[in-house]
Ligand binder design. Sequence first.
Ligand code: NDP
Length: 501
Amino acid sequence: MATALKLVEPDNRVMDFVSRKHQMLINGKWSDAASGKTFSTFNPATGEVLANIAEGDHEDINRAVQAARAAFETGPWSKMTPSERGRLIWKLADLLEENLEEFAAIETLDNGKPLKVARVADVPLAVDLFRYMAGWATKIEGNTIPISVPYAPGAKYLAYTVREPVGVVGQIIPWNFPLLMAAWKLGPALAAGCTVVLKPAEQTPLSCLRLGELIQEAGFPDGVVNIVPGYGETAGAALAAHPDVDKVAFTGSTEVGKLVLQAAAGNLKKVSLELGGKSPNVVFGDVDVDAAVAGSASAIFFNHGQCCCAGSRLYVEQNIFDKVVEGVADRAGKIKVGSGMEPSTDMGPLVSEEQLKRVCGYLDAGFSEGAKAVVGGSRHGDKGYFVKPTVLVNTDEKMKVVQEEIFGPVVTAIPFKDGDDLVRKANDTVYGLAAGIWTKDIQKAHRTASQMRAGTVWINCYNIFDAALPFGGYKQSGWGREMGHDVLEMYTEVKAVCTAL
Ligand code: NDP
C-alpha cells in the first residue's frame, strides 16, 4: 500500500536561524543598518513573511567598503600566501558541505525551489566551486616575455608579467540561485586575493548571511568578506557607484546591468556582467526523440525557468515538430507543482509576487498576439506564487514572448525548415548566453555550434555546469566569464615588469 508523502519540516537549527534577527556583516562584526531599518523576505510557497533583515543603504556600503579597503591594503589578508588563501577557501567548502542539509532547507524556504534540487544542485555546486577556486589560489601566474626593443640595439632585458588582485570588489547577485551565485562571485575573488562587499538580492538574503557565519568560522580575517543586504536602488546602486571600489561584478537583468555600468563610469571601475538570456534549444529531425524531449523539457523547466540560460525558445525541425511539442507538453503536464518542502514536488513557486505578475503578464501578452498554450498558460492555485509549466505555439520572432526574457516556466515552440532558417531564427535576439543542439549528426552539431552567437553551447545535453567550464554571454548577455580559469582575469590586473640586464 502506498504511504502518503509527508512534508519535510525544516529542523530546529534551520528555523532558529530563519527566525533570528538578521544583521549585516561588516569588518567581521554583525550589526544593524545605520538607519536602523529592516525589510522582510517572504516564503514564496505561502506569501507569508519568512524573516526580517537589516536594510543596508549607502552609509552601510561606505562602512563595508572602508573595511574591505583596510583588509586589502594592510590587514592580515594582504600578507597571506596564496597557499594560506587556498586553505581558507577549501575550509569554507568543507564547512558548507558539513551544513549541506541546513543550506538546502534555507534556500528552499527563501527561494521556493524544491529541497531535493537544492540538495543535489545548489549546495554541492557551491561546495565544488569553492574547492575548484581554492586550487587556483596557488596557480595565478604571469609569463616571462622575450622582448626585442628595436630602438635599443644590443640591450638585454628581463621582462615578465605578474597577476595582482584587482582590489576591493563589489558583488551584486540575484535570487535564482542565491548561494551558488555567491559562490561564483566569492570563490574567484578570494582566490585572486581581493576583498569583497557582497549584496545579495532582497528576495533571498538568508543563505548568504548564513554563509557569512561560515566565512567567519573558516577563519577569514575581518573585512575580507562584508555582506550588506538591502535594495538594489539603494545599497546596490551605492556599491556600483562607490569611488573606492575597484571592480563591480553583477549578475541579474540586462536592464539593471546597464545601470550598473553607468554607475561604474564615475571612477572607471572594472565591470563584469552576467545578464539575461533567451536561449534557443534546437531539435533536428534526426534525433532520438525521447532524449530530445526529456532534455528540452528540463532545459526550460529546471528551476521553474528562472535560469538566465533557460532554453526558452524551442526550435524543432518541421518533420518532427508536432511529436516533440506533444512530448514536451506531456512532460510539462506531469510536473508536480507545489511547495519546495514537499518531497514529491518537481517545481516550486516563482520567487516573488512581482515575478508572478511579470510571468502572467507575459502570458497575457502572448495570448493577445495570437499564441496558444498546448499546456499550462496560467497561475497555479491562488496561494503562493505558482505558475503552470507552459508550452506556447503559434508564436513567431516578432512576439514579445519570443524576444523578451520571461524568467518563468514558459517555452515558445517554433518549427524550422533547414539549417539556414534555423540559424537566422536562433540568433535573432539581443541575447547570446546559451544554446542547445540535439542531433545525431556530428558535423551538423558542430557546424551549428559554430554558428550560434552564444557563450555556451550544449550538444545533446542542457544545463551542464561545472566549476571548470567558463560561463557568460555574447551580445547583451554580458561582459566577461564566470567560472573556469577565465574568471580569474576578471579579478586580476596584469603588471608588466621590465628590468635592464
Ligand atoms: P535585477 O536585475 O533587478 O536584480 C539583480 C540584483 O541587482 C539584485 O541584487 C538587485 O537588488 C540588484 N539591483 C537592482 N537594481 C539595482 C541598481 N540600480 N543598482 C545596483 N543593483 C541593483 O533583477 P530582478 O530581481 O528585478 O528580476 C527582474 C528580471 O531580471 C527577471 O525577470 C529576469 O528576467 C532577470 N534576472 C536575470 C537573472 C540572471 O541570472 N541573469 C537573475 C535575476 C533576474 P534587489 O533585488 O535586492 O533590489
